[in-house]
Structure formats: structure tokens, C-alpha cells
Design a binder for this molecule. Sequence first.
Ligand SMILES: Nc1ncnc2c1ncn2[C@@H]1O[C@H](COP(=O)(O)OP(=O)(O)OP(=O)(O)O)[C@@H](O)[C@H]1O
Ligand SMILES: [Mg+2]
Length: 416
Amino acid sequence: MVSMGSSLVGAIDVGTSKVCTLIGRKRGTTIEILGVGLSSSRGMKKGKVVDIAKISESVKESFALAIEIAKAVPDTLYVGISGDYISSLNLENEIFLGKGGREITDKDLLRAIEGSKSQVDLTAKRVIHVLPQDYLVDDEMGVADPVGMVASKLKVRTHLVLIQDNHFQSFLKVFRQTGLEVAQAVFQPLASSLAVLSPMEREIGTALIDIGAGTTDLSIFYGGSIRHSRIFPVGGEHITSDLAIGIRTYRDEAERIKVSYGCAFGSQVIGDDAVEVRDLGSSSLKTIERRFMCRIIEARVKEIFLLILREMRTSGAMPVLRGGVVLTGGTALLDGIVDFASSLLKLPARLGCPDSKYYVGMIQSIGNPIFSTACGLLQFAFGEKIERSIGKPLLLNLEEKGSKVISWLKDFFMIG
Ligand SMILES: Nc1ncnc2c1ncn2[C@@H]1O[C@H](COP(=O)(O)OP(=O)(O)OP(=O)(O)O)[C@@H](O)[C@H]1O
Ligand SMILES: [Mg+2]
């Protein structure tokens, strides 16, 4: 087994369609990917845990695959969290530093940032991130780093991400059942943005749209920080089920033809190309017009982008989106969807995948938009002060747990 020291990080993206585990460590300015594990996700719906036992099995499968390849257990674990039970809001908080003013310290900054939490009702909710946007030092606006400046007042603008506590507990239970301790749950759009958006895009104003299987996450970046975010409980799985109903076939057949022949611009598909598909209720094949299936797809894609457009407008961010939109998540691979987004939103659009130049090791598979969140989780872990979470053991205390659940891991590595 490889001994990795204390900086080996596990990142788990629990999606509605797949669970993806990456195991990585920092190597110079890059991240070395040592293990990748993918399993199909069971027990999640629209980004929410609906069956703890089933999703725990999927997590276990994905994690076991990754550690088998890496030949090591990570020291610490970061997991992505999404779903429409997460909400976010922008706040301002001011602290006073004394009449004559004094030098602003790191502690003051922390007090100002953390103080934002006191403005929200935390009954049945918990804060997962307080993300500073910018600072006001006395009357000077838009200060990026106020430490060391002399002032009598410090105001901070923050983006708070809140989660409903009951859902969060279920989410953590999934990992506990697998015998894993989560060091930090990270808001998925925040993670994906680190893997997919360039610092320039985050600065000049860009909307990141992660269309997965069960959720579509919109996050808007400007001035280097996240300014607005919203999770919609709709994604590629809804396109598949519309198709299954519309052409009377099985879900898996609908998924297959969506991926192989689907197109977001249904109205532009001309001609009478036909697609063979199994008929519902019998195993016999039937032919349907590709044009017809793509119109069904377009209707749902349009609905998703209209939701996004409305949210972008209400956020007030439209005028600042000089970087346009970046699409990621598996549904961003749907043929024509980038052009569709650009034409409906009237903004430049591009496909966003983790950029392989930032990674070494097992990078063959990660240049795909389904890996954006997991890669971003590693970026988050190494970009943040990871030391904070190190020391929190990855494996739960077996005696305390008194359970056989993680014997699979013990056996695997002959631990204990
Ligand atoms: N080539 C393709 N064309 C169209 N759709 C695709 C293609 N490849 C993958 N998808 C769709 O992408 C979705 C899976 O994407 P992803 O892995 O990002 O979702 P997830 O992370 O599991 O879900 P979520 O983030 O919504 O919880 C599925 O609905 C799948 O059908
Ligand atoms: Mg996802």
C-alpha cells in the first residue's frame, strides 16, 4: 500500500445518476489523481437522499473502486452537496473597530464574516458556507483584502449558503453508514466553478449552469466571488422520462436514444431519419422519427433554460455577464445544447470541463463535464486551508460505532 502522508484527499460527488470518487494529492501547482471510482447512484432523487441504505451502497462501491486503484485510503474527505433544499442569500455585516480607528486584523475579518450568520433564522437550517464577496473599509468600497488597513468600521458583503437540517443529517448519515467521516460538505456549484471557470471568467461576470441528471444548478460569479445561486430540481433525467412517455418506451431505451441521437434544437432537425426503439409492453422494435424525439427533448430543454433566464433576470446579474454562460454536468453533452443556451439566453456560451492542464496522474477520464464537481472538490480542498480538517479521521471510530458496516474497509486494508 502507498503511504501518502497527511495530504491525500478523497472527493465524493453524490449525484442523482452517479457517485464519483476521486482520490488526489497536491503535486506542485497541479493535483495528482491517484484513484477514480464511478458507480451508478441509487437512492437519490433530484439531488436529495431518498433511500439512505441504497445510496450508502453506491457510495461504498464508488469509494472502494477509487481506493483500490489508488492503493491508499485518503486522510480526509470532501463531499459535494446539492438539491433544492439548499438556499442562498447575500448579506452585509458591519463591525466597529473603535472611534479613532485601528489596524484590521485577520480576527476582525473573521468576526465580520461569521457575524453575518446572526442575521438569519437558523431554526431547522444550518449554514454550510459564508463566502465573503468584498469589503467596505470606512467609506472605501470594493476592498478585496482589508487586513492591515486602518479604519473605524469594517463592512463585509457575504453570500450565505443554507441547508435544511433534516436533509443535511440524512446526507451525513449516508457516509456514516459507510463508515466515513466527512471533513466538509461543499456546495456543488461552488466546487464545479473551481474546476470549470477561469479566474478571469469569475472576475468579469459569468453564469455557470451545471445540468446533471436530477438538478440544474445556476451560480453567478462576478468580481471574483459567487453573487447568486439557485438549485432547480430538474435535469437530464426529466428529458429521459419525457422521451420515454412521449414515444412509449422503457426508461433505459429512452436514455440510450437520447444520448446517441438526441439534439437540443429539435425544431432544426429536418428529414425523416428514423431511430429504432423497443416498444413499451413488448420487446418488439419500432421506428420513430428522430425529428419527433428531438422535439420532445427541445421542449424540456427550453423549459430548463426559461427557468434559468427568469432567475438570471431576477438576480439583476444579466448586465454584468460579460463572460457569458458556461454549461457543465452530463446534460451539457447533449448535442446542440450550448448553441441552444446561447440563442435563448442571448449570451455567449461554452461547454465547461475540468481542464487537464491542472491535473496529473489518471487524467484520461476527467476531461468530461460529469467530473466537474468531483475535480472541483479536490480544488476546493487544496485551495482552502486543508489543515483545518486534517486531524478529523476519515474512518469512524469502530468501537464507538459498534458496527460491522465498515468491516469491508478494514478487510480491504487489513486495518486494526
Ligand atoms: N451525450 C449525452 N447527451 C445527453 N445527455 C447526456 C449525455 N451524457 C450524459 N448525459 C446525461 O447527463 C446526466 C448525468 O449527468 P451528471 O453525471 O452530471 O449528473 P449527476 O451529477 O449524477 O446528477 P445531479 O448533479 O443532477 O444530482 C444524465 O441525465 C445523462 O442522461
Ligand atoms: Mg452533479
